[in-house]
Design a protein around this ligand. Structure first.
Ligand code: DGP
Length: 124
């Protein structure tokens, strides 16, 4: 793959402990923390600890253990904050990639948005 990982991106600095974060869950391979500019009452970012730029990069090159840990961590956060649709009011899960995805931070992250209606999927 042609991806080059920028180890100076803000999430790499969070993983190295150079920038503080509000962690909600940490596992062997993943970290979940609150977004600094929340768009909904619950806005949590979940990142793999490995150096992956975006989702396709991660799936193509991460180990099965990392992928399993990451996908389960996302679901566990949703359970922990009580937003799964079985008992809660649901959530939106999304990951922006590259230019047209309007990805700002070049380290894979999923947004968990919850606590209020997520609104239309694409506004413009
Ligand atoms: P995206 O546009 O999908 O790349 O989203 C990047 C998100 O990262 C955006 O919602 C704001 C958040 N963010 C940027 N810098 C920081 C930071 O230093 N700490 C935290 N917790 N979140 C950040």
């Amino acid at each position: 793959m042609a991806y080059t990982y920028d180890d100076q991106n803000i999430f790499a600095k969070i993983l190295r402990g150079e920038i503080p974060n509000t962690t909600v869950l940490e596992t062997d391979h993943s970290l979940a923390f609150r977004d600094v500019t929340p768009q909904k009452p619950e806005h949590i970012l979940v990142i793999p600890k490995g150096a992956y730029v975006c989702y396709d990069h991660f799936i193509a090159t991460a180990s099965d253990a990392e992928i399993l840990d990451y996908t389960r961590t996302i679901a566990q956060v949703c359970q922990n904050i009580g937003v799964t649709p079985d008992t809660g009011a649901g959530y939106r899960l999304c990951s922006n990639s590259g230019e047209h995805g309007l990805q700002e931070v070049p380290h894979l992250h999923f947004h968990i948005l919850a606590g209020a209606s997520a609104g239309r999927m694409v506004a413009s």
